[in-house]
Design a protein around this ligand. Structure first.
Ligand code: APR
Length: 275
């Protein structure tokens, strides 16, 4: 009966009520949350891979290139603009700000993102796990240490023929923190993300096609929590995904994250103020 009533509810109000009732809510995000910031996604109708399948094939070579010749890898990276455009110039949109607001309200405990654009952090989110790395960081392939890219003058190293950059901790080789296809997810982020997925009783899945693994395992892991403990899984996406089709998610709110998330945050604020 309750479930039938929920289904009839305005989805924004339903999501806000579920969030207000939650004890440990987290959010998973993908490229879709950043398209309203001017960063293209990959597999949407005007996605990078959709429009240029050759670019996707080349992207599958990046990690092997790094393993074969780190110097050449860095020369390539410094030679041209990123596929996503100049991320330094990109600004968060209302979708990012709404998640930061939900964190400030104490409702959202963590954001796990596939995006490398650092926009959640720019919007003020404090607990962000960069599952596919961060474009503004370098990572040591020996000790796993991470550094802000601004700590290194990469162009000067290039001109002085001193690439690849080396770790200040152990002297190991540094690669971009960005996780390439075929590259293992760094153990610390993979572990922390699984713990968060296991702990949450509500998961927002925003702006992702949910087809890339192992990230797409996280919603399924959250649904398989200990017996008797249910996790509510809410998708906010422009189109249905395998999570919708396989009924892993409880419901999909179809549309733009930059329009839907602020409305949900407003409604949560209204509910929690009155409760
Ligand atoms: N609001 C809601 N959904 C949106 C919006 C928007 N403003 N814009 C696009 N979408 C949807 C698209 O319709 C698509 O379903 O977001 C989804 C984005 O999916 P992908 O392009 O596949 O991006 P993502 O799921 O993050 O890709 C995962 O694949 O290419 C690799 O490493 C890359 O991290 C990336 C990973």
């Amino acid at each position: 009966m309750a479930k039938e009533r929920d289904k009839m509810m305005d989805p924004i109000k339903r999501a806000a009520a579920d969030l207000a009732k939650s004890n440990y809510a987290i959010a998973l995000t993908g490229a879709g949350i950043s398209t309203e910031s001017g960063i293209p996604d990959f597999r949407g109708p005007s996605g990078i891979w959709t429009k240029d399948p050759e670019a996707e094939k080349r992207a599958y070579q990046s990690y092997a290139k790094f393993q074969r010749n780190p110097k050449e890898y860095w020369e390539d990276r410094l030679a041209g603009p990123s596929l996503l455009g100049d991320l330094k110039k990109m600004a968060p949109n209302p979708g990012h700000y709404a998640l930061a607001e939900l964190e400030r309200m104490g409702i959202l405990k963590c954001v796990i993102t596939q995006n490398i654009d650092n926009l959640h952090q720019k919007a003020g989110s404090k607990r962000v796990l960069d599952y596919h790395g961060n474009a503004f960081k370098l990572r040591c392939v020996s000790c796993g240490g991470r550094f802000e890219d601004r700590e290194f003058d990469l162009q000067r190293l290039r001109n002085a023929d001193q690439l690849p950059p080396l770790c200040r901790g152990c002297g190991g080789v540094l690669k971009s923190d960005v996780v390439h296809f075929h590259e293992p997810i760094p153990a610390d982020v993979a572990q922390q993300s699984l713990v968060e997925a296991g702990k949450c009783d509500l998961m927002l899945v925003c702006g992702t096609s949910a087809v890339v693994y192992p990230f797409a395992l996280l919603p399924r892991a959250a649904k398989q929590r200990q017996l008797g403990k249910e996790t509510i899984l809410i998708e906010i996406n422009a189109e249905p995904t395998p999570l919708t089709e396989e009924m892993v998610s409880d419901y999909l709110i179809q549309g733009k994250t930059g329009q839907i998330l602020p409305k949900i945050a407003e409604e949560v604020k209204r509910i929690t103020k009155t409760s």
